[in-house]
Design a binder for this molecule. Structure first.
Ligand code: ATP
Length: 311
């Protein structure tokens, strides 16, 4: 297995600011990092050394990637028992919370949501090209950034002006795939990588074959992407909301499952966008589209929407 290790960052090079989120591993804080003669706003994942195995893998995987739709890692610092993973800052937070918080006051237009999905598909295709299985793609792991935002501290005010400008133009936020804590390199021999049986599993996002024998590959990422698309179109609703986790497992492992009765289509969704969700969640892995095909579909749908609507 290829070993990737993240760039070490000195504890003196960054400052930790307010807490902006938390997860299984610890907290996420906003911060400022001084690197290469420039101060940048960043997100800092803080975790204890003994739970740090995943975060080391995550850091190594993330730092070797450069793609507009994958969250970048600045590097890693370990200091008296704590591990700090410094990430590119996404000012709008994760897509699930962002869409849910706006859904009443100022709902995000359909066209923007489709453009978010197109970007997520691009990030996923990139990971796929790098032979990485994400294994935890979900709206909570899609981070959003104001378009043209400058995380350089000096340019923060400029960024606010940009924000108003982009809101006016109805430009989509930048969407970035994050949380590669579960990501693994695809085993070339088996084409599958095993999911740990002990870890907490995101069953609502897991493909039937992944639930049944813990196999994860590109097709299981595509399934999870389909669930993510449904979440994003539904403004951050919980998939299979009426069911308990155990009931979801029973449901998804039934080959006669008609998923459209659970992941329901809303009236204002077009048939072709809903078709994508159903294609991604086909019971047979071979029936699911590739991320390449998905990108083409989204691009076509966005182009057609552009012709039909004024926004
Ligand atoms: P999971 O439980 O899905 O494994 P996690 O415990 O690894 O998630 P993250 O999803 O990495 O935690 O982060 C928790 C929250 O912190 C996110 O939902 C998001 O709101 C915020 N966050 C994480 N990374 C960033 C970032 N780079 N920029 C801005 N906010 C972030």
């Amino acid at each position: 297995e290829m070993q990737k290790s993240a760039k070490p960052i000195d504890r003196d090079s960054f400052t930790i600011l307010e807490c902006i989120g938390s997860g299984q591993f610890g907290t996420v804080n906003k911060g400022v990092v001084f690197l290469e003669n420039q101060s940048s706003i960043c997100a800092i994942k803080v975790t204890k050394m003994d739970s740090g195995d995943d975060i080391l893998k995550e850091a190594g995987i993330m730092q070797s990637f450069t793609h507009a739709n994958v969250v970048r890692a600045f590097g890693l610092c370990s200091d008296s028992g704590d591990i700090f993973l410094l990430l590119e800052f996404c000012d709008l937070g994760d897509a699930q919370h962002h869409l849910a918080s706006l859904s009443q006051s100022d709902p995000v237009p359909m066209r923007i949501k489709i453009m978010i999905l197109e970007q997520v598909a691009c990030g996923m295709k990139y990971l796929d090209d790098m032979k990485i299985v994400h294994r935890d793609i979900a709206a909570r792991n899609v981070l959003l950034q104001t378009p043209n935002s400058h995380n350089s501290v000096v340019r923060y005010k400029v960024c606010i002006a940009y924000f108003l400008h982009n809101a006016f133009l109805c430009r989509p936020p930048r969407a970035k795939v994050s949380d590669l804590g579960l990501a693994r390199e695809l085993d070339e021999h088996s084409q599958y990588t095993k999911t740990s049986q002990s870890a907490q599993l995101p069953v609502r996002w897991m493909a039937p074959e992944n639930i049944m024998d813990f196999k994860a590959n590109q097709a299981t990422d595509v399934w999870a992407f389909g669930i993510t698309a449904w979440e994003i179109l539904s403004n951050g609703m919980m998939p299979f909301e009426s069911l308990k986790n155990k009931e979801v497992i029973v449901l998804l492992t039934n080959p006669n499952l008609n998923i459209s009765t659970y992941l329901m289509k809303q009236d204002h969704w077009s048939d072709d966008i809903y078709r994508i969700i159903l294609d991604c969640t086909a019971f047979e892995p071979d029936d699911r589209p590739s991320f390449d095909m998905l990108i083409n579909d989204f691009t076509r749908i966005v182009r057609n929407l552009g012709r039909l609507t004024v926004d």
